[in-house]
Design a protein around this ligand. Structure first.
Ligand code: SF4
Length: 360
């Protein structure tokens, strides 16, 4: 067999979460003679880069990770095309991902961007009108190829130009996965990743705290959104929240956020000499709010294990640390976490544009 002349192979940027559809898309294009760059997009809510990188290596694909910037949070706060069942702005998010891939296409001289979208697979973002809207609003237009459903869609530029053989592209449609699983067997993909990409924005238990943040802090940015992943989230008053780490990983994340140059007005509270959570109080650092934060350390900690028998906490703020006696105040005792039952109450009134308006 002659080695392939890579320079003659059309280069394609393929969005690659490592989920089944993105794997099949990359395999199909690779086997059609394309030079595939698997582009993984990392967001604070969905990090698939490790698993995706391993899969790309296994498939012999070039692999690249792009981490979203502050502009991503703007679309999470105010998506033009609205939220799904939770706080997932899927249409806007896909437009954003495609814009990133478009820039990469232009940088590398690739002929198109490919995605693993399947017509009709998801109600919010994979109906025909939404697919067309994503192509148009991302600026990719007919440089956006969906190889798994291509036969149902209008021919793209690369198909018309004969760079990719349309006849060899697929005609998958709908929610069924049987055909995808058969193809996975054909490509020898082995143990398959879960079809849901693990995006926290699709979780109805996570969504209430995002809506609460957006409502209280319209200028929320990356630092604020990072907090939401660091444990229990309690609203103390209209401008103040307390984040209570659940484990050592959360504690480390909270310490990192506390030290970050982007940090808002916040205080870190930790148990003095017993096991207990790291708590970050963000917003109005009044004595009462700091007392509530200290009370949360006791509520979720083990002050009874203190060798000194004193329920003290260390409060760090403004470059200084001091120790105070703490008690579980009524407020610290009564604060409750937001649950999916709060979702309807916190969801903003939709002011969205239907994707159908973008049919070109
Ligand atoms: S599930 Fe999450 S990552 Fe995927 S398109 Fe929707 S918002 Fe974006």
């Amino acid at each position: 067999m002659h080695p392939r002349d890579i320079s003659a192979m059309p280069r394609v940027i393929s969005l690659f979460s490592g989920g089944l559809d993105s794997l099949l898309t990359a395999c199909l294009l690779r086997d059609l003679g394309c030079q595939v760059e698997a582009l993984n997009i990392k967001t604070p809510f969905c990090s698939t880069e490790e698993a995706a990188g391993r899969l790309a290596a296994k498939l012999g694909l070039e692999f690249r990770v792009h981490t979203v910037g502050e502009d991503y949070y703007e679309l999470v706060k105010r998506p033009r095309y609205g939220f799904g069942k939770a706080v997932n702005p899927c249409i806007d998010c896909k437009i954003h991902f495609c814009q990133i891939a478009k820039r990469r296409m232009e940088e590398t001289g690739a002929v198109c961007v490919a995605t693993g979208e399947v017509l009709g697979q998801r109600p919010m973002s994979q109906q025909r009108a939404q697919l067309e809207c994503i192509a148009k609003q991302s600026g990719l237009g007919d440089r956006l190829l969906r190889p798994l459903s291509a036969q149902w869609l209008r021919a793209t530029a690369v198909e018309r130009e004969g760079l990719i053989d349309r006849e060899k592209l697929l005609a998958l449609k709908g929610r069924g996965r049987r055909r995808q699983l058969d193809l996975a067997g054909k490509y020898g993909l082995g143990k398959l990743p879960s079809p849901s990409g693990g995006c926290a924005l699709t979780e109805t238990s996570f969504a209430p705290r995002v809506f609460d943040l957006i409502r209280a802090l319209p200028d929320a940015g990356g630092w604020d959104f990072e907090l939401l992943r660091c444990g229990r989230y309690f609203r103390i008053d209209h401008s103040t929240v307390a984040i209570v780490g659940k484990n050592a990983v959360h504690a480390e994340m909270l310490r990192g956020l506390f030290r970050s140059p982007q940090a808002r007005n916040c205080a870190m509270i930790e148990p003095s000499d017993y096991r207990g959570p790291t708590v970050l109080v963000v917003g109005a650092l009044t004595d009462e709010n700091l007392g509530t934060g200290a009370g949360l350390v006791l509520r979720f900690g083990r002050p009874e294990e203190s060798p000194s028998g004193q329920a003290t906490v260390e409060v760090s703020r403004d470059g200084e640390m001091h120790e105070i006696m703490a008690t579980i105040t009524e407020r610290a005792e009564s604060l409750r976490m937001l649950t999916r039952d709060d979702l309807a109450r916190l969801r903003p009134t939709p002011q969205v544009e239907p994707a159908e308006n973008d049919r070109s």
